[in-house]
Ligand binder design. Structure first.
Ligand code: HEC
Ligand code: HEC
Length: 328
C-alpha cells in the first residue's frame, strides 16, 4: 500500500514536472524577423508621428504622463522612455512597457527594423518571447506595412533616453496562456482605402485602440457582445474614470449625436494641445486620449464616426466619473 502510494505520488510529480516543462518550453507562434531595411523619409517620419502621437496613443503606455493635468500630457524629455504597470493595478504581475527610444543599452537602438516591426504587429520580443497582450499587437496586426515602417522610421528619430526598467514578470499560469496570443502576419498588409469611408473608419478604430478601452472586460477578456458599450474602469492611486458608451444606442451611447457634435466634442480640447492643458482634480481625471485624438483631421474623425454609427447598439448606462456626476 505504502509502496503503491509512493509510486503514485512519484508518477504525479513526474507528470507535473513534465507539464511544467511543456509549459516552459512551448514557444509562441512566430517567424523570424523580416530582413528589412526601412528607408527613412520625411513622409514616413510624419506618418509615424501621426500614428504614435495622435492616433494610437503609444504615449499612453510608453511615455511618462502628467495626470495632474487634463488628459495627462507627456512630460517633456520623457517620451517613449517606458513605464511600469504594477500588480497593484490589478494586473497578473509587474509589467514594464519598455523603453522604445533609440538608446542602444536601455531602449531599442540595437534592434533591427524587422525585430521592431515584429514586436509591434506580432507581439514577439527580441528574444522570441510572447509580449504581454496589454501591448495591443492583436489590433496592430491590421496595421499596413507602410504604416508600421513609418512608425519605425519615426521611432528612430526620437531622442534616446537612458532609462532601465525591470523586466516584465508575469504570474503563473498567465505567462503560459499568453503564449497563444502572438500570431505572425502572413501576407503583405495594404494601406487602408481612404475613399471608402466605412472601411477607412474601421481601420482607424482598430489602430486607435477604441475598442480596447471602450469594451468592458471580464477576467481580462473583452465582452464581445458589449463592444463599444463602455464601462471599463481605469484606476490610478486615488483616481478613477470609466470609459463612455460609444455604441450607437440612442439612450446610453452616441446614437443621437450628429457627426458635427462628434467633431465638436474632440475640437473642445484642441486649445489644450496648443496652450498647455490645465490642472485638474479627480473630477476631471481621464484616460481618454483627448489631447492626442483632438488632433485627428476632420476626415479621420468623420470616418471613425461613420464606422461607430453602424455598430450594434449596446444599452449600458455609464457614469464616467463616479461620485462626480456633474462633470459629465
Ligand atoms: C496599453 C498599453 C500599450 C500601448 C497603447 C502600446 N504599448 Fe507597446 N508595449 C506595452 C507593453 C506592456 C509592452 C511589453 C510587454 C511585455 O514586456 O511582455 C510593450 C512592448 C512594446 C515593444 C517591444 C519592446 C521591447 O523591449 O520588448 C515595442 C517596440 C512597442 N511596445 C511599441 C509600441 C508602439 C509603437 C505603440 C503604438 C503604436 C505601442 N507600443 C502601444 C504596452 C503598450
Ligand atoms: C486609453 C483608453 C481610451 C482609448 C484608447 C479611447 N478612449 Fe474614448 N474614452 C475613454 C474614457 C475613460 C472616456 C470617459 C471619460 C471622458 O469622457 O474623458 C472616454 C470618452 C470618450 C468619448 C466621450 C463620450 C461621451 O459620451 O461623452 C468619445 C466620443 C470617445 N471616448 C471616443 C473614442 C474613440 C473614437 C476612440 C478611438 C479613436 C477612443 N475613444 C479611444 C477611454 C479611452
Amino acid at each position: 500500500m505504502r509502496k503503491s502510494l509512493t509510486i503514485a505520488a512519484g508518477a504525479i510529480s513526474v507528470i507535473a514536472a513534465g507539464g511544467y516543462a511543456f509549459m516552459t518550453l512551448k514557444r509562441p507562434a512566430s517567424k523570424p524577423p523580416a530582413a528589412l531595411k526601412i528607408v527613412p523619409s520625411e513622409t514616413r517620419v510624419a506618418r509615424g508621428r501621426y500614428i504614435f502621437e495622435i492616433l494610437s496613443d503609444c504615449d499612453g503606455c510608453h511615455s511618462m504622463r502628467d495626470y495632474s493635468r487634463f488628459g495627462g500630457p507627456v512630460v517633456a524629455g520623457h517620451r517613449a522612455e517606458g513605464t511600469i504597470f504594477k500588480k497593484e493595478f490589478g494586473l497578473p504581475g509587474d509589467i514594464s512597457a519598455p523603453n522604445i527610444t533609440p538608446d542602444p543599452e536601455t531602449g531599442i537602438g540595437g534592434w533591427s527594423d524587422g525585430e521592431i516591426v515584429r514586436a509591434i504587429r506580432e507581439g514577439i520580443g527580441r528574444d522570441g518571447r510572447a509580449l504581454f497582450p496589454i501591448m495591443p499587437y492583436s489590433s496592430y496586426r491590421s496595421m499596413s506595412d507602410e504604416d508600421v515602417y513609418s512608425l519605425v522610421a519615426y521611432l528612430r528619430t526620437l531622442p534616446p533616453v537612458k532609462n532601465r526598467l525591470p523586466k516584465t514578470r508575469i504570474d503563473f499560469p498567465v505567462w503560459f496562456f499568453i503564449k497563444s496570443a502572438p500570431q505572425p502576419v502572413a501576407a503583405p498588409v495594404p494601406p487602408p482605402d481612404r475613399a471608402h469611408r466605412l472601411r477607412y473608419g474601421e481601420y482607424l478604430v482598430e489602430i486607435g485602440g477604441c475598442a480596447e478601452c471602450h469594451t468592458p472586460a471580464k477576467g481580462g477578456e473583452p465582452e464581445q457582445n458589449m463592444k463599444f458599450g463602455g464601462g471599463r474602469e481605469f484606476k490610478l492611486p486615488g483616481l478613477i474614470v470609466v470609459s463612455a458608451n460609444i455604441s450607437p444606442d440612442p439612450e446610453t451611447g452616441i446614437g443621437r449625436w450628429t457627426e458635427q457634435q462628434f467633431l465638436e466634442k474632440f475640437a473642445e480640447y484642441k486649445s489644450y494641445v496648443a496652450n498647455g492643458s490645465p490642472k485638474v482634480g479627480p473630477e476631471g481625471f481621464t484616460m481618454m486620449p483627448w489631447l492626442n485624438l483632438s488632433q485627428l483631421p476632420a476626415e479621420d474623425l468623420g470616418a471613425i464616426f461613420t464606422y461607430l454609427k453602424v455598430q450594434p447598439p449596446v444599452r449600458n448606462a455609464v457614469e464616467t466619473h463616479p461620485g462626480y456626476p456633474s462633470q459629465r
